[in-house]
Design a protein around this ligand. Structure first.
Ligand SMILES: Cc1cc2nc3c(=O)[nH]c(=O)nc-3n(C[C@H](O)[C@H](O)[C@H](O)COP(=O)(O)OP(=O)(O)OC[C@H]3O[C@@H](n4cnc5c(N)ncnc54)[C@H](O)[C@@H]3O)c2cc1C
Ligand SMILES: NC(=O)C1=CN([C@@H]2O[C@H](COP(=O)(O)OP(=O)(O)OC[C@H]3O[C@@H](n4cnc5c(N)ncnc54)[C@H](OP(=O)(O)O)[C@@H]3O)[C@@H](O)[C@H]2O)C=CC1
Length: 458
């Protein structure tokens, strides 16, 4: 092993310039102003939180900006950002080695290396994953030439894309019976499907929540971010900076194939051979072009249908960039990445000075505010009765095209809720989940739209 070019030492080393890593480094730099904090990251830009606002006990709002590391170093003079990819961790020697041949000794280390897209087919030029600014811009470039694409996956990215893409037919292949299984139950899925199938252009809601922007002056910085899969993850409104338009005139056309997975992917030549060989060629090609083998790529689904398309988006989740997975993206959301980075720093600081540390309030209640299909969406607590088994009941209130409210109750206590639309119930429900008040006496009144329950519980 060649000797390290440089060997540096620091009390604190953080790996990863995403939300988790930057939050962790900032907290450590604040706790220990006379100590240097090394932030080592593979991407030339870091993700900084701006305009942070604690909306309620657990709901928070903030903007996220991709910035050059010099901005962070200016705000925190004892943070030093080093751009290099960590290639080895020698835990017993408290040392990490980076791709540029340097090694860094640490007393305390926090790995916030995020995750990378889990693709249905690696290295296939027709299968795209979306992770960071670079991959989002590549997607936009491909889409501008496309007539039809296939989206595989039923979670956050797929939900955003099927709603935002215009001028291109979308085949949406999902394993489940209903859309949005990563977030929603069947009732909420049905409420959202109605919106999807009747989509017309409409004013975007200004649901204030985590927003994602690239500092204009830094656009070129993110363009040179060529560390494949090692750019920082995107986040809310990532698509608003893009032109998600295909080549066709119609505005919006989504065909949902449920309860199916990708059985095989054929490039055009393979597909032509398939057609020659197979007598009973599946006719469900849903293909309006005269010659059925003109598409660059074909997907064969487990329900025996075959679709030709221009490319496939694999919106099929992420997998951690490092094993064991230590921090940041374990809840796979921005707000959680911030909270984990913050809490990891508090633990490192407490351990350094020999203090004990309480569990952070963010562990009291899962809370996530986002936007899907131009609706505000709030997920609170055990919003899909996670871990409650059958011993719970659900209360629903739904006004088509307006709001969907689902509350999870157990023994008269509120355990979780899904709020879609401008319900203004999030703070009241957050309190009811946190204080575990017995609500049996209120029964159906709890969701009676004519009763302003905020007054009851204020
Ligand atoms: C398209 C898309 C849309 C999203 N939308 C939302 C949303 O609306 N709301 C929401 O809450 N979440 C959303 N997310 C998820 C959110 O972006 C992530 O959960 C969050 O950003 C993760 O932050 P992180 O700091 O843990 O990881 P990341 O942001 O992935 O940062 C990881 C950092 O580690 C660095 N790194 C990785 N490996 C190494 C290495 N070996 N050596 C050195 N550095 C390394 C990377 O360069 C990067 O800087 C979205 C994600 C995507 C992909
Ligand atoms: N507004 C928001 O809050 C948004 C959040 N995000 C976050 O960004 C990250 C990346 O998003 P995304 O990629 O959509 O990940 P998600 O985890 O949200 O969704 C992945 C989806 O793909 C499905 N899936 C996994 N493997 C396969 C397969 N082989 N074939 C078919 N389907 C498959 C999963 O099903 P199953 O669960 O059954 O495995 C799940 O429905 C996630 O952490 C997500 O939470 C992204 C966009 C918006």
């Amino acid at each position: 092993m060649a000797a390290a070019r440089r060997s540096l030492a620091a009390k604190f080393v953080v790996v990863g310039g995403g939300i988790a890593g930057v939050t962790c480094a900032e907290q450590l730099a604040t706790h220990f102003p006379s100590e240097e904090v090394l932030l080592i990251t593979a991407s030339p830009v870091i993700k900084a939180i701006t305009n942070f606002k604690q909306v309620s006990k657990t709901l928070e709002e903030f903007d996220v900006e991709e910035q050059p590391s010099s901005v962070l170093e200016k705000h925190f003079p004892n943070i030093k950002v080093l751009e290099s990819r960590v290639k080895q961790l020698k835990a017993t020697e408290h040392c990490i080695l980076t791709e540029d041949g340097n090694q860094y000794k640490y007393e305390k280390l926090c790995l916030c290396a995020g995750a990378k897209p889990k693709l249905i087919s690696e290295g296939n030029p027709y299968v795209l994953g979306i992770r960071d600014t670079d991959s989002a811009q590549e997607f936009q470039k491909q889409l501008m030439k496309a007539k039809r694409i296939t989206i595989v996956g039923n979670g956050g990215i797929a939900l955003e894309l099927v709603y935002e893409i215009e001028g291109c037919e979308v085949i949406w292949a999902i394993k489940d019976k209903a859309i949005g299984n990563a977030f929603f139950d069947a009732g909420a899925a049905e409420f959202l499907t109605t919106k999807l199938t009747s989509k017309k252009s409409e004013a975007k809601i200004t649901c204030k929540r985590t927003r994602y922007t690239i500092e204009e002056s830094e656009k070129e910085a993110s363009d040179i971010n060529n560390a494949a899969n090692l750019g920082s993850a995107l986040g809310p409104d990532w698509h608003e900076g893009l032109n998600l338009k295909g080549t066709k005139e119609f505005s919006h056309k989504v065909h949902i194939e449920t309860i199916c997975e990708i059985k095989k992917i054929y490039h055009q030549e393979e597909f032509k051979q398939l057609k020659k060989r197979s007598l009973t060629f599946p006719t469900d090609c849903q293909d309006e072009s005269a010659d059925k083998d003109t598409w660059p790529v074909y997907i064969e689904l487990t329900n025996e249908k075959i679709y030709g398309c221009d490319f496939i988006v694999s919106a099929t989740g992420v997998m951690p960039n490092v094993e064991p997975f230590l921090d940041g993206n374990n809840m796979r959301l921005w707000t959680q990445a911030r909270q984990m980075g913050n809490y990891a720093a508090k633990c490192m600081a407490a351990d350094t000075v020999g203090d004990s540390i309480d569990m952070d309030f963010c562990f009291e209640l899962f809370a996530h505010v986002t936007k899907f299909f131009n609706y505000k969406v709030v997920l609170l607590g055990k919003y899909n009765a996670q871990g409650l088994g059958l011993d719970h009941e659900l209360m629903l209130r739904c006004t088509k095209g307006q709001e969907y409210v689902k509350v999870v109750m157990q023994n008269g206590r509120m355990m979780g809720a899904i709020l879609i639309g401008e319900t203004d119930l999030e703070e009241t429900f957050e309190n009811l989940i946190l204080n575990q008040m017995n609500l049996s006496a209120y029964g159906e009144d709890l969701l009676d739209p004519n009763i302003d329950i905020e007054d009851y519980f204020d």
